[in-house]
Design a protein around this ligand. Structure first.
Ligand code: NAG
Ligand code: NAG
Length: 326
């Protein structure tokens, strides 16, 4: 009995020492600084169990410092659907590589309050990495969620979430690529967004403009799985169009996507409208809530078009001033 007790005590001591050594080692290997501490992601990883399921996964591309903007988005267009998370889930993907301690702490707090940040730890935030970010968003979405469709929008896009969901049911297709399509854009050859490596054609290949577009899950999965092989063009929307160009894609051009580089104005038919300030988002939200209409007054600064599939892409997109295309 006596020797048994000694054994028990010995084991206990060994265990304690082992524990201390384990902690010391772990601490040595992981500097205390929050700079390298991983931030909690919005959803469990693939290995951690079943993925949350949703019909539409909306991804809003904001930067880590945009927390005020995210608050505006949460308080405005994100409320325009009364459907639950199994119908629509909104997440904010962002890169956290190289962030300072203070910024990480802020994000940790925001995450614990809202749980909607998709924190991607091997991604550096920089405008020149926007295509990388879009692709990382596809990979994240594929790894963390079960969804039928993915919406990508810019941080300055206002989405009529309920109306978009309703319209999505009409165009739902297993290889859907839905947005405002351009088939005749000439490659940008100078400035911030120039495509130095564009050699495929003297135009870009048809692509849905970047203010907002929808992709079916199969296309997202294809991009996620091919990610390491894809060429990272500067313009993320051009890149997505190019990556998908060889596939049997269901292109749907929809003038209700006001998703060009400059807004065309305001139409009550818009599903997404781009280049909106936080104050404008609030106004648009109040309009919808109080009148069921988007615009205080409809107006147009630039004509729109219906995509013409009958000719070559360079002839796709004639803007007709006299028409009432939104
Ligand atoms: C873009 O991302 C790559 C890879 O993550 C990184 O090496 C690079 O520094 C980033 N660019 C900028 C300007 O941060
Ligand atoms: C449409 O209107 C704009 C501005 O008012 C004008 O510059 C353009 O030439 C017009 N286009 C056509 C096809 O009439």
């Amino acid at each position: 009995m006596c020797s048994d007790q000694v054994l028990v005590v010995a084991i206990a001591i060994c265990f304690c020492y082992g524990w201390v050594i384990f902690w010391t080692c772990t601490c040595d290997e992981t500097p205390k600084s929050a700079v390298t501490a991983p931030l909690k992601a919005a959803a469990p990883t693939e290995a951690a169990g079943p993925k949350p399921s949703t019909y539409l996964l909306a991804t809003v591309l904001t930067s880590p410092g945009d927390s005020t903007l995210r608050t505006v988005i949460r308080d405005t267009w994100m409320r325009l659907s009364a459907k639950g998370k199994d119908t629509v889930t909104v997440i904010f993907p962002m890169g956290t590589a190289g962030l300072g301690e203070e910024e990480r702490d802020r994000l940790t707090k925001e995450q614990s309050e809202h749980g909607d940040l998709a924190l991607i730890d091997n991604l550096y935030e920089h405008y020149s990495n926007l295509t990388r970010k879009t692709l990382a968003t596809m990979v994240y979405a594929h790894n963390h969620y079960d969804f039928r469709f993915l919406l990508k929008v810019d941080s300055d896009s206002f989405v009529r979430l309920g109306a978009l969901l309703k319209s999505l049911r009409d165009v739902a297709h297993p290889r859907l690529y839905w947005g405002f399509l351009d088939g005749r854009a000439k490659p940008i050859r100078k400035g911030k967004w120039k495509e130095s490596d564009w050699i495929l054609c003297d135009r870009y290949l048809p692509y849905q403009l970047g203010g907002g577009y929808v992709l079916a899950a199969d296309l997202v999965e294809y991009l996620a799985r091919s990610a390491r092989l894809l060429k990272l063009y500067k313009n993320e929307d051009v890149a997505v169009g190019t990556w998908l160009a060889g596939l049997d894609v269901k292109y749907v051009h929809d003038p209700r996507f006001d998703t060009e580089f400059r807004s065309r104005g305001c139409s009550d038919q818009y599903l997404i409208t781009h280049k909106k300030t936080p104050a404008e988002m609030l106004q648009l939200y109040n309009n919808v809530k109080s009148t069921q209409r988007l615009c205080e007054k409809e107006f147009r600064v630039r004509a729109s078009y219906v995509y013409d599939w009958s000719g070559p892409p360079s002839e796709c997109c004639h803007r007709a001033n006299s028409s009432n295309i939104p």
